[in-house]
Write a protein that binds this ligand. Structure first.
Ligand SMILES: [Zn+2]
Ligand SMILES: [Zn+2]
Length: 802
C-alpha cells in the first residue's frame, strides 16, 4: 500500500541501509563483465560534506548507477586523504586550547593524539555520502595513511629515487612560520595589504653617484646580493657591471642586467634578495648569486642579521629605515597597496624563504602524461581544462615533496654523521655510503599530494599484484574540482603511467563550482555556505541530487533553491502517478502490449527520452539529462499518458494496465541513476527484486513512428486553453482530448474566426522574422530553432481549425 503523501526521510534511510546491507554497492573482480571504475576524490579526514562534494558525489553516483544497470562491473572506490597540514592544524589548535604545543608533547605522543582525534571526530564524510544515496563500495574504504597505502607511498618515493629523480636542494618555498612548514601554492591565499614602499639609495662603489631602488621589505636589504636592471633600460645602461654598496651591511654587490626586471615598477632598479623572494631567486640562479637569508623559520631575524637578530621583520624594517634616514640614503616612503600571500590555515603572511628541501625532477614523468592529453587518450570535460592541464605539464617544474610537518608519511631518508643519506623502504642497518650505523631519519613528511597521486591504484592494492588491480585498473572517469587539476589530476596521470604503465582514467570531468545564490563564494566564514545535509533533511536526497544536476553547466553556477524544489515536485509527481496506476492494477503484471494511440505514444516517448538521457550521461551534460527526465515525467507521463488512460484505468482494462505498468517500469529505470530512492520504493511496490540491479532498457524502436502521434491533440489543447476554441478531432484523438482537457469543464465559447485571424497574423510575423537575414545570422541557434518550432505549431493549429 502506498502512502498518499511521499515522505523521503524514512524511505531514503531505509533504502540506503538495504542496498548496502544486501551488498548491492559492492564490486568484486569478474572477468566476464567489463568494469566501470571511478575513485572518489578522497576528502580530507577532517572535512564535512559541502556543496562541492554533494554535486560531485551526485555526478559520480549517477554515472556509476547507470553503468551498473547497463551490466558493467561498477566500482566506486571510497576513502579519505590524511590532509597533512589541515589535520595537523586542527589537532594543534586543540592542544593550544589545553595550553600545550606539539613540541612539548613530542612526535610520538602527538601522532597518537591525531589518531585518537580521527577515531572520535574524523572520517565522517563517508557517512554523509551515504545520506546522499552514494553507492560507493564502503567495504573497500581506504585511507592514505593506512598500512598498505603507506607502503605504496614509500615504494613510490624509492622508485623515483631509483630512477634518479630525487634530489635535495635549496629552493625558495612558501614558508608559514606559524604552521612551521613550507606550503604549496594552492594553500596560499592572496589578499591586498597596505604597505609602505621605501625608496633607498645604494651608493656606487666607485663614489660616482647612486642607484635608487624601491622595496616593501627593508629588513631584507641585509640579504641583498645584487641590484638588477632591465638590459634595455637607457637610464641604467652605464651602471651594468659596476658595484654598489648595500646599506646597513656595507656589502659590495654587482649591478646586473636581467630581463625579469620590470622597468615600470618603482625606479626600474631592483634589489636582488634570492633568499627571500621567488623572482629574485630565479634571477640569482641565472647569475650564480649567493642565497643569503636573514629571516629564520620562526619568522624572526636570524643570527646573520647581526644586531637585528631576534627582532620581528617589522621591527627590523623600522631599524633599517632609521639607519637609512640617519645616513641620508632614504629618498622617500609612500603608501603602497598590493596583493600579498597569506597562509590559508593561519592567515599568517607568507615568508618566501630559501630552505633545504627534497625535490623530484618531473620532466620525464610529465612527458608521457602530456602526450596522453595531446593525443586525446585522456579527455577533459569541458575541453578548455585539458589545455590548462597540458600547459602545466609542458612547463613542468620540480616538485617540492618535503613538508616540515609531523602528520604524514615520514620521508624514508636516513642520514649518517658524515652527511651521507640513504633512501630505503624500511630502516636500513647502515649508511649506504660509509657503513656507519649511527643513522637519523629525516623528520619531515611527504607532501599530501604525493600520496594522493597513487589513489587510483594504491586503493586496489599496489604495489602488490592483486586481482583487484587486474580487474579495476585502468579506471574510467575522474570527476573533480577545477582547483586541483595540477595538484592531483595531472599527478595521477604521471604516477599511473610511470608505475602502472597506463593512464588511470580516460575522462576527466571538471564540475561547476556552486556559488552562493548572490554569486559570492560559498564559505562558512563568509556565512554564504549552504549545507547539503540541510537540503537533504528538508527536501530529500533525490530532490537534492536532481537539483544539483539541473544546476550544472560548463561554467560556475549560482545555487538555485528553485532547482531543488523542482526535484521535490518531480519526486512527488512520480509518486502520485505511480500510486494512481498501482492502486488500479491489483493482481496485474507488467506486459508491454500497447493497443491504443496513447500507449504506443508513451512507449515511443520513453524510448526517445532514453536516447536523450544516454547522450547526456555519455557527454557529461547532466543538466540536459535532468531536463529530459523532468519533461518525460511531468508532461508526457503524467499530464498526457496518465490522464488519457485514466478512464480505462478506472475500468480495470487489463491490457491497458499491463502496458501502463511496463511503461512505469521503464520510467523508473530511466530515473533511477538520478533519483534512486523514490524509484526503488515505487519499484518495490510491484517487484521482489531491486531496481538498483535492474537492467537498463535496450533500444525499442517498434513504436518510434508514434513519437509525435499526440501532436494534433496537444496543439488542439493549446488552442483550446488559450482561446476556448474547439478544434474538430475524431476517434482516439477526440477521446484523448476529452480525457485530458475535459472541455465539459470549460465552455467552448471561443470565436474560431478570431482565432484563425490571430494565428494567421502570428504566422506572418514569424515567417517575416525567420526570413530576416539579420535575425538568422545574429540570434543564437536555439532562439532560431525555437522560433521555427513556434511557426510550425501555428501552422498546425491553423490547419487543424480547418
Ligand atoms: Zn600557516
Ligand atoms: Zn655515511
Amino acid at each position: 500500500m502506498m502512502e498518499s503523501h511521499y515522505d523521503p526521510r524514512e524511505v531514503e534511510a531505509r533504502w540506503q541501509n538495504t542496498w548496502e546491507r544486501e551488498g548491492l554497492y559492492s564490486a568484486s573482480p569478474d572477468p566476464s563483465r567489463p568494469s566501470y571504475v571511478i575513485a572518489v576524490p578522497p576528502p580530507n579526514v577532517t572535512g564535512a560534506l559541502h556543496m562541492g562534494h554533494a554535486l560531485n558525489g551526485t555526478i559520480q553516483d549517477s554515472l556509476v548507477r547507470w553503468h551498473r544497470m547497463r551490466g558493467f562491473n561498477a566500482l566506486w572506490q571510497p576513502g579519505y586523504d590524511h590532509a597533512g597540514i589541515a589535520t595537523q592544524a586542527v589537532v594543534e589548535k586543540q592542544l593550544r586550547a589545553r595550553g600545550q604545543t606539539r613540541h612539548e608533547l613530542g612526535r610520538e605522543a602527538f601522532m597518537a593524539e591525531v589518531w585518537q582525534w580521527l577515531e572520535k571526530t574524523g572520517m565522517t564524510i563517508m557517512g554523509q555520502f551515504r545520506r546522499l544515496g552514494a553507492s560507493l563500495d564502503y567495504s573497500r574504504e581506504r585511507f592514505t595513511m593506512d598500512e598498505g597505502y603507506s607502503r605504496a607511498v614509500l615504494e613510490f618515493f624509492v622508485h623515483l629515487n631509483d630512477r634518479g629523480f630525487v634530489y635535495r636542494d635549496n629552493r625558495i618555498v612558501n614558508w608559514c612560520w606559524e604552521c612551521e612548514t613550507a606550503i604549496s601554492d594552492l594553500e596560499v591565499i592572496h589578499s591586498d595589504v597596505d604597505d609602505a614602499l621605501t625608496y633607498v639609495r645604494y651608493p656606487l662603489a666607485d663614489g660616482e653617484g647612486h642607484i635608487t631602488i624601491a622595496t616593501v621589505r627593508p629588513a631584507t636589504i641585509l640579504a641583498d646580493v645584487a641590484v638588477a636592471v632591465h638590459p634595455d633600460d637607457p637610464r641604467y645602461k652605464q651602471f651594468i657591471g659596476k658595484d654598489v654598496i648595500v646599506p646597513v651591511v656595507g656589502r659590495r654587490v654587482p649591478v646586473i642586467a636581467d630581463e625579469a626586471v620590470e622597468p615600470d615598477f618603482g625606479t626600474g632598479a631592483l634589489k636582488i634578495t634570492p633568499g627571500h623572494d621567488p623572482v629574485d631567486f630565479e634571477v640569482g640562479r641565472r647569475h650564480g648569486l649567493a642565497e643569503l637569508t636573514v629571516i629564520g623559520f620562526d619568522g624572526r631575524m636570524n643570527a646573520d642579521a647581526g644586531d637585528l637578530a631576534g627582532l620581528t621583520e617589522e621591527e627590523a624594517s623600522e631599524r633599517v629605515v632609521a639607519w637609512l634616514k640617519e645616513h641620508d640614503q632614504l629618498e622617500k616612503r609612500e603608501s603602497y597597496r598590493h596583493a600579498v600571500g597569506h597562509c590559508e590555515r593561519s592567515g599568517t603572511r607568507i615568508q618566501p624563504l630559501v630552505s633545504l628541501q627534497w625535490w623530484v625532477k618531473m620532466d620525464e614523468l610529465a612527458a608521457p602524461a602530456a602526450e596522453a592529453i595531446r593525443s586525446g587518450r585522456v579527455k577533459f570535460h569541458p575541453p578548455v581544462h585539458g589545455r590548462v592541464a597540458l600547459d602545466w605539464l609542458e612547463a613542468i617544474r620540480p616538485w617540492n615533496v618535503s613538508r616540515q610537518l609531523w602528520w604524514g608519511h615520514q620521508l624514508p631518508i636516513w642520514y649518517c654523521p658524515d652527511g651521507h643519506h640513504t633512501i630505503a623502504r624500511s630502516t636500513p642497518d647502515a649508511c649506504g655510503d660509509c657503513g656507519s650505523i649511527e643513522l637519523t631519519r629525516d623528520p619531515d613528511v611527504l607532501d599530501t599530494w604525493f600520496s594522493s597521486a597513487l589513489w587510483p591504484f594504491a586503493t586496489l592494492g599496489w604495489p602488490d599484484k592483486t586481482a583487484d588491480l587486474d580487474a579495476f585498473y585502468p579506471g574510467d572517469v575522474n570527476s573533480t574540482a577545477r582547483e586541483i587539476i595540477f595538484l592531483w589530476v595531472n599527478r595521477m596521470l604521471m604516477a599511473g603511467i610511470e608505475l602502472m604503465g597506463d593512464i588511470p582514467f580516460h575522462d576527466v570531468i571538471i564540475h561547476s563550482t556552486v556559488l552562493a545564490p548572490d554569486g559570492r563564494r560559498m564559505s562558512k566564514s563568509l556565512g554564504t555556505g549552504i549545507d547539503p545535509l540541510e537540503l537533504i533533511d528538508a527536501h530529500g536526497a533525490d530532490a537534492t541530487r536532481y537539483g544539483l544536476l539541473k544546476m550544472t553547466s560548463t561554467q560556475d553556477v549560482r545555487f538555485s533553491p528553485g532547482a531543488i524544489e523542482e526535484g521535490r515536485r518531480l519526486a512527488n509527481k512520480l509518486w502520485n502517478v505511480s500510486r494512481l496506476i498501482l492502486q488500479n492494477a491489483e493482481g496485474a503484471t507488467p506486459k508491454l502490449d500497447p493497443t491504443s494511440l496513447e500507449e504506443r505514444w508513451i512507449i515511443a516517448r520513453i524510448d526517445a527520452t532514453r536516447v536523450e538521457v544516454e547522450a547526456a550521461l555519455t557527454d557529461y551534460e547532466f543538466a540536459a539529462g535532468a531536463s529530459s527526465l523532468y519533461h518525460l515525467v511531468f508532461d508526457d507521463f503524467c499530464d498526457w499518458f496518465a490522464e488519457a488512460a485514466k478512464p480505462r484505468l478506472y475500468d480495470r482494462d487489463v491490457a491497458l494496465i499491463g502496458t501502463a505498468l511496463a511503461a512505469l517500469e521503464r520510467l523508473l529505470v530511466l530515473l533511477h541513476p538520478v533519483m534512486p530512492h523514490v524509484t526503488e520504493e515505487i519499484w518495490g511496490q510491484f517487484h521482489d527484486d531491486r531496481l538498483i540491479a535492474a537492467t537498463w532498457p535496450e533500444p525499442d524502436i517498434r513504436f518510434a513512428a508514434d513519437a509525435d502521434a499526440l501532436s494534433r491533440v496537444q496543439d488542439a489543447a493549446t488552442t483550446f486553453r488559450r482561446s476556448a476554441v474547439l478544434v474538430p478531432l475524431e476517434g482516439d484523438e477526440k477521446r484523448i482530448f476529452d480525457a485530458v482537457v475535459r472541455p465539459e469543464r470549460v465552455k467552448a465559447s471561443g470565436d474560431a474566426d478570431a482565432e484563425r485571424a490571430r494565428l494567421s497574423k502570428e504566422i506572418s510575423r514569424s515567417e517575416g522574422m525567420l526570413a530576416n537575414e539579420k535575425f538568422a545570422a545574429k540570434a543564437p541557434a536555439d532562439v532560431v530553432a525555437a522560433e521555427r518550432e513556434k511557426l510550425e505549431r501555428y501552422r498546425r493549429e491553423l490547419e487543424a481549425l480547418g
